[in-house]
Ligand binder design. Structure first.
Ligand code: PEP
Ligand code: MN
Length: 345
């Protein structure tokens, strides 16, 4: 349930509504918005009687919330969330490109790639220090050394860094170094990890699970928001299907569906969807056309010798081409026709 206040409601009136909600053993979450202040009611089991709240000073209306996810839903917050990371604004009206290798392999490798992708238009640098690999014999990442390299890349280039926290135990360490903490596909329903991410002050990039429905994905985001962190960015990265012509099937329909259901930004990772580099540029064009707020792309200067995901990593020249192809598409498809803020030179 959502208690919507009059535009002119005072702080005292808002506090009184919060107190009335909490007196019933429920949780009140004030949600400031451009047009209105609303107070979300959480942790109710079943129907709540709205009449006691309707009579309180400053209350405009009480709206039942029909979705199972609440804080992530547009019912709770009609305005798009814009997540700020360094100087970047991620969300509606912006196209933010995140690029870098699958895994951090050395300082030289990371810095070389970071400088190249920055030149072409990447605003954030990605790279795994802890890698979730299918095989225990595959390269598992450099661990904390990889995180230290990421910090040096940030110092050298000014780009904020995105890296994955694979489990609850390592979250503290990853959080010390990362600007955006990634929760990977395999962990989308790791609820203790989601709760820990919810207690972080870092932005969280939440990838869609390998075969997660949109509802399951948004419920995972709800775990993070419910625990107190509203800085959640969703990332569609393909789902598992019968198809073998690509590693996964990029579900582009997820973008408009998520944008209808939720105020959170949604970006697309065409690299893990495709699994092969020849599909990455066309899928990126499509993702931007369908309205994604950004892309996350794997790039390597020597993909033949990459320690993970070389086959899907773009050569730096291909990444430059990708950036120049998506920029005009973004301009054309801005839905509101307002001059876009383009994070690409
Ligand atoms: C990654 O982005 O490094 C990664 C492992 O992706 P996913 O969780 O989507 O497989
Ligand atoms: Mn990868």
């Amino acid at each position: 349930m959502l208690v919507v206040m009059n535009k002119t409601a005072t702080a005292m009136e808002i506090n009184a509504v919060v107190a009335a909600i909490e007196a019933k053993g429920l949780t009140a979450r004030p949600i400031p918005g451009g047009q209105r202040v609303a107070i979300g009611v959480l942790h109710n089991q079943g129907h709540i009687d709205a009449s006691p709240f309707l009579g309180l000073p400053g209350v405009k209306e009480v709206i039942p919330v029909t979705r199972p996810y609440k804080l992530v839903s547009r019912e709770f917050q009609p305005d798009d969330s814009i997540i700020r990371v360094g100087e970047n604004a991620i969300g509606n009206g912006h196209l933010t490109i995140i690029a870098g290798p699958c895994a951090i392999e050395s300082e030289r490798q990371a810095l070389t790639i970071a400088r190249l992708v920055k030149q072409s238009g990447a605003k954030l640098f990605r790279g795994g220090a802890f890698k979730p690999r299918t095989s225990p014999y595959a390269f598992q990442g450099l661990g904390e050394d990889g995180l230290k390299i990421l910090a040096r890349v940030r110092d050298a280039t000014g780009m904020p860094v995105v890296t994955e926290a694979m489990d609850h135990e390592l979250f503290d360490l990853v959080e010390e170094y990362a600007d955006v903490v990634q929760i990977g596909t395999r962990n989308m329903q790791n609820f203790s990890l989601l709760r820990r991410a919810g207690r972080s002050d870092k932005a969280i990039l939440l990838k869609r699970g390998l075969s997660a429905t949109i509802e399951e994905w948004l419920m995972a985001a709800e775990y993070i928001m419910e625990a107190g962190n509203a800085r959640v960015i969703l990332c569609e990265r393909g789902v598992r299907t019968f198809a073998h012509h690509s590693r996964n099937t990029l579900d582009l329909s997820a973008v408009p569906v998520v944008q209808k259901e939720s105020h959170l930004p949604i970006i697309v990772d065409p690299s893990h969807a495709a699994g092969r580099r020849d599909q990455v540029i066309p899928l990126s064009r499509a993702a931007v056309a369908v309205g994604a707020h950004g892309l996350m792309v794997e790039v390597h200067h020597q993909p033949e010798t990459a320690l993970s995901d070389g086959a899907q990593s773009l050569y730096p020249e291909q990444f430059t081409e990708l950036c120049s192809q998506v920029a005009p598409i973004f301009r054309i498809f801005r839905p509101d026709g307002i001059a876009p803020v383009i994070s690409i030179p």
